[in-house]
Design a protein around this ligand. Structure first.
Ligand code: PLP
Length: 401
């Protein structure tokens, strides 16, 4: 393809338009709204004192290195810790060479796309999916193939049908992007049986599996099934990780775990001078001192309580108007609105009742998601959840057709 820069903007127009934050103009709500929107950590849980202490130690001990360029693969000490953590949890045999540090998992996906995805390639995505990721993938101008997600994650029967269609069209998919654990927005977790079938199907066609594991550590009941990377024996699959949802989004620190040729390709292709050696060292100090596991345990307990509070309030106030499954982890509840609800009217009534949610539309590349709603419990104060859902219930009642 031979675009000039103006044509390049036009070609990416669909991706650029697709802002997850685009909202309808609405009048100001009567009282300050309760927000059930942004998928970010509980603000009161941020480990500020611990990070100050880690920062002080890092700067005094190795300030010169912390404040210099650190190279494209990122601080080795943190990659060592990530490898030992992955090995401990998944009985893997990774080393620091299997990791590259990235600007969050969002940056990891960008780095993967810039290394592997070309215009005209076929990229398989979930329907629904995280809009930021779909936009990143779309910016490489691939053909998108959407596969639906149900309570057990990506539908493998539907995936097989997509692959068969591509075969008849003489096309090959290059990547498959999945949020297998505690999905954003669908809150589903991909079953073990489906994971195994996906690995087989992708191996047979040499499709690179990209598992975005942004919420993987926020599990409430039992641990999630093994990663697709582990099931694939470390070949043909990568895992995107991040400290955003466990520690803090402002760190902008994530990673790609993958086989060495994949990590080497990403490291060689990136042009962003790597991530902050300073932030990487502070986080490594936090993790190596054993604080990370304790912190994850503490915040997971907070999110479990918030999930329980929101699920109980929904049962009480909203069961007539929508259905949902209770998530086993992550930050979100995903509601399918009953046929009697007018989603456009709900935008107005929720605004009048002063409660904010994210409608389902931006999560579907074909814009088919109007009858879904994503409610986020991670960021709202626990004490506000009953009031928020009472308002949401009233909004639903007023949005009946
Ligand atoms: C599924 C998913 N992937 C990636 C991201 C981006 O996270 P990060 O801050 O690690 O870039 C998010 C953020 O909401 C997300 O929900």
């Amino acid at each position: 393809m031979n675009y000039n820069w103006e044509q390049a903007i036009a070609a990416r127009g669909k991706a650029m338009e697709w802002s997850p934050w685009a909202q309808r103009e609405l009048p100001p709500p009567p009282v300050p709204p309760i927000q059930l929107t942004g998928g970010i950590p509980d603000p009161a849980s941020l480990p500020i004192d611990d990070l100050i202490a880690c920062n002080e130690r890092v700067l005094r001990r190795e300030g010169t290195f912390a404040l210099m360029y650190g190279g494209p693969q990122g601080y080795g000490g943190l990659r060592e810790w990530l490898a030992s953590d992955a090995n401990r949890r998944e009985a893997l045999a990774t080393g620091p060479e299997h990791f590259v540090l990235t600007c969050g998992s969002a940056g990891g996906l960008e780095n993967i796309c810039e290394a592997f995805l070309d215009p005209g390639d076929v990229a398989i995505i979930e329907r629904p999916s995280f809009p930021g990721s779909v936009r990143t993938i779309m910016s490489c101008l691939p053909e998108l193939a959407g596969v639906p997600v149900d309570e057990d994650g990506l539908s493998v029967d539907a995936l097989e049908a997509v692959l068969a269609r591509l075969d008849t069209e003489g096309k090959r998919a290059k990547i498959l992007y999945t949020i297998a654990n505690f999905h954003n927005p669908a809150a589903a977790t991909l079953s073990l049986e489906r994971r195994q079938r996906i690995v087989e199907l992708c191996r047979a066609r040499n499709i690179l599996i990209i598992q975005d594991d942004a919420y993987g550590r926020i599990g409430f009941d039992e641990t999630a099934p093994p990663s697709l990377y582990a099931l694939a024996g470390g070949s043909g699959a990568v895992l995107l990780g991040t400290f955003s949802k466990t520690l803090a989004t402002g760190l902008r620190l994530g990673w790609v775990m993958g086989e060495k040729p994949v990590i080497d390709a990403i490291t060689r292709m990136r042009f962003d001078m790597g991530v902050s050696p300073w932030a990487s060292r502070v986080v490594a100090e936090f993790c190596e001192s054993g604080r990370f596991d304790a912190h994850v345990e503490r915040v997971t307990a907070i999110y479990r309580r918030k999930r329980d509070a929101m699920a109980a309030a929904l049962d009480e106030r909203c069961a007539k108007f929508a259905r949902w499954s209770v998530p086993k982890g992550g930050f979100f509840l995903w509601l399918e609105l009953g046929e009697g609800i007018d989603p456009r009217r709900l935008v107005e009534t929720a605004n009048e009742e002063a409660v904010q949610y994210v409608g389902g539309r931006p999560f579907f590349d074909d814009r088919s998601g109007d009858h879904f709603v994503r409610l986020c419990y991670s960021n709202v104060a626990e004490a506000d959840i009953p009031e928020a859902i009472m308002r949401f219930g009233r909004a639903l009642e007023r949005a009946v057709r």
